[in-house]
Design a protein around this ligand. Sequence first.
Ligand SMILES: NC(=O)c1ccc[n+]([C@@H]2O[C@H](COP(=O)([O-])OP(=O)(O)OC[C@H]3O[C@@H](n4cnc5c(N)ncnc54)[C@H](O)[C@@H]3O)[C@@H](O)[C@H]2O)c1
Length: 340
Amino acid sequence: MNKIIRWCVIGAGGIADRRTIPAIVKDEGSELVAVMDRVPEVAKAVGEKYGVPYFSSEEEMLRSIECDAVYIGTPVFCHKDQALTALKFGKSVFVEKPISMTSAEARELVDAFKAAGKQLTVGYMMKHHNLHEMARELIADGGIGKPVNVRAQFSCWYPDIEGAWRQTKKLGGGGAFMDLGVHCAELIEYLLGEEITEVKSLIATNSFNYEVEDSAVVIFRTKSGILGSIESNFNISDAASESKLEIYGEAGYVICNGTLAQTEGGRMTHLYAPQGDYSAMQDRTAGVPTEYVGAGCDLYQKQIGMFNELLRSGKTDFFFADRAVHIQELVDKIYENAEK
Ligand SMILES: NC(=O)c1ccc[n+]([C@@H]2O[C@H](COP(=O)([O-])OP(=O)(O)OC[C@H]3O[C@@H](n4cnc5c(N)ncnc54)[C@H](O)[C@@H]3O)[C@@H](O)[C@H]2O)c1
């Protein structure tokens, strides 16, 4: 029988209640032992919903409840201090994306966990989507030839909302790129197996009145020279937000539709059609595309399961935490150099 990993939750009301707590509860190797939220009514409602003790202070929860792991689903400006508080209590931490407000904060955080020998993992769950795993293997196996171009678009409808932390630079760190674009950047690096090394950006707030951007276009170059773009928007209606990820190689493509999402849905089309000589006819019919569909598993449960396995092994693995620091380095550059 696997050791049951006991989870405390900090920031219980948003994505925690929608996705992560249900995943912890569903997972046979996990037990939810307490929840905390700054808003006492939220803490109470979520605690009662799952039948666990609830708190409105993280220190009080960690002092009075025995646990192995802490999930942090609070606004970005809280991540660093709350992760360090959990570490002070000797806990391993699963913090939501983006890891923190800046790369300096992110590096400080990861270094502290490394020094203490405790695990720190960041909630970039999209890489666990079965179609993204398949795309990664296809690309690594030469299934599209040498990759040469990447395009990603990830968007949602996020109008002005009084008091919304994501709409304030000092609470969210940025707008559509900080919230949505980071998922694309992390995923693209994972699929290509290499870092984005250069970024240029245009940002704008075209539809709403908040101070962060509702539109961002980032162009990039990877270490081996692949060029690409990431478009993130808070101002495309949910129904029109199809979410697209396209990776083209010299000999084919993988095109994902609807896979940049919280669920393991959508579909992916793969084409392998290498070409030799130049043809002025530019025939577009060579090769037969193959279509795959999302497996429909719970991405959040996959993350929790992997985290639990790592904890049970007694080892730590900072590969993805270091990747998350690198994503914040890109974010810093994007906002420092963005043209409005
Ligand atoms: N991986 C994903 O799919 C995904 C999806 C949505 C959000 N997120 C990330 O999760 C984090 C939270 O986003 P959200 O959409 O759930 O936000 P939210 O505002 O909906 O929920 C945050 C919760 O944290 C509570 N909170 C606020 N300040 C707190 C504090 N100091 N201490 C304790 N609790 C506090 C709020 O009361 C609220 O219940 C962000 O980092 C966001 O980027 C990830």
